[in-house]
Design a protein around this ligand. Structure first.
Ligand code: PBG
Length: 329
């Protein structure tokens, strides 16, 4: 049937009709709030390129968690800015490291009963060179050496699980790290700790503001030998399949908005839960437009999140989590 029998506008006439017809929903429980833990007490240091995002000392992070729980958010994703950095990123797998101390404090708070505490597993915030694995010199110059990095990443995940992480989320993009982490968790008695693998992570300009927030910019070179080329969809699907074979319980897709087609393809490939990360650059460009008065924040925030859910993500890591929950509530 076509016009005039069919009139698409009939079902758009009132807000209640539109609400009944709505195919995709975002709820606060779908949203994960990223936290950047830093040393000190009562520190709430703004990140210049990410208005509304802060480096938080552990006491402040506990307060933030209480607010997140009140707002009904799904969980927190924890990053750490260590006291000092070294060649091998030892702060990442130190049982007294910033994320481990933060996890213990958060676990002791009643808010943690309502939140999933996810720990990002990576070395780039902890290495003095800012790369996500071990760097070695070869005849052809420096490389990020895959296999020796696996043990460091696995130790990081075990140390985080021991400190109370509900989920570990490797974001380093070394080959074989999911299997190495699974093996190490099981051997240490953490068979019940799930792995959320950043299976499909592209080398993206949109991580720029994060590297200021996490102080994790590479001091030389870039991440293109381990993160994926943005042009490659088939490669992303191979990465996902391999991570699932290695034992990933869930996958995280990143960035989100410039890669919605990849999220959709992942949804069609697998039945495992899929998260998407609306990354720092996606947040900052929207914030910049809000500051200029060029976009309506309330509408643009929710529209961006609905688009990611519609593409097929079950949950979303987003710096708008608190804001969005307030709008939804
Ligand atoms: C660590 C990591 C990064 C992000 C999440 N985990 C930075 C990177 O890969 O350079 C980016 C998140 C964001 O931009 O919000 N490897």
């Amino acid at each position: 049937m076509s016009f005039p029998q069919s009139r698409m506008r009939r079902l758009r006439r009132t807000e209640s009709l539109r609400a009944l017809m709505r195919e995709t929903a975002v709820t606060p429980g779908d949203l994960i709030h990223p936290i950047f833990l830093c040393p000190g007490i009562a520190v709430r240091r703004p990140v210049a390129s990410m208005p509304g995002v802060f480096n938080l000392s552990i006491d402040e992070a506990v307060r933030e968690a209480e607010e997140a729980a009140r707002l009904g958010l799904g969980g927190l994703l924890l990053f750490g800015l260590p006291e000092s950095k070294d060649e091998l990123g030892s702060g990442a797998y130190d049982d007294e490291g910033i994320v481990q101390l933060g996890l213990r404090a958060l676990k002791a708070s009643p808010a943690s009963k309502k939140l999933v505490l996810i720990a990002d597993v990576c070395l780039c915030e902890y290495t003095n060179h800012g790369h996500c694995g071990k760097v070695i010199e070869t005849a052809d110059g420096w490389i990020v050496d895959n296999d020796p990095s696996l043990d460091l990443l696995a130790r990081t995940a075990v140390s985080q699980a021991k400190a109370g992480a509900d989920v570990v989320a490797p974001s380093d993009m070394m080959d074989g790290r999911v299997a190495a982490i699974r093996r190490a968790l099981d051997a240490a008695g953490y068979q019940q700790t799930p792995i959320l693998s950043y299976a499909s992570k592209f080398a993206s300009a949109f991580y720029g503001p994060f590297r200021e927030a996490a102080d994790s910019a590479p001091q030389f070179g870039d991440r293109k030998t381990y993160q994926m080329d943005g042009a490659n969809l088939r490669e992303a699907l191979r990465e996902i399949s391999l991570d699932l074979e290695e034992g990933a319980d869930m996958i995280l897709m990143k960035p989100a908005m410039p890669y919605l087609d990849v999220i959709r393809a992942a949804r069609e490939l697998t039945g495992v839960p899929i998260g998407a990360y609306q990354v720092s650059g996606e947040y900052s460009m929207l914030q910049a437009a809000f500051q200029k008065g060029w976009l309506d924040p309330n509408r643009a925030i929710l529209e961006s999140l609905v688009s990611i859910r519609r593409a097929g993500a079950d949950f979303i890591v987003t710096y708008f989590a608190k804001e969005a929950a307030k709008l939804l509530g």
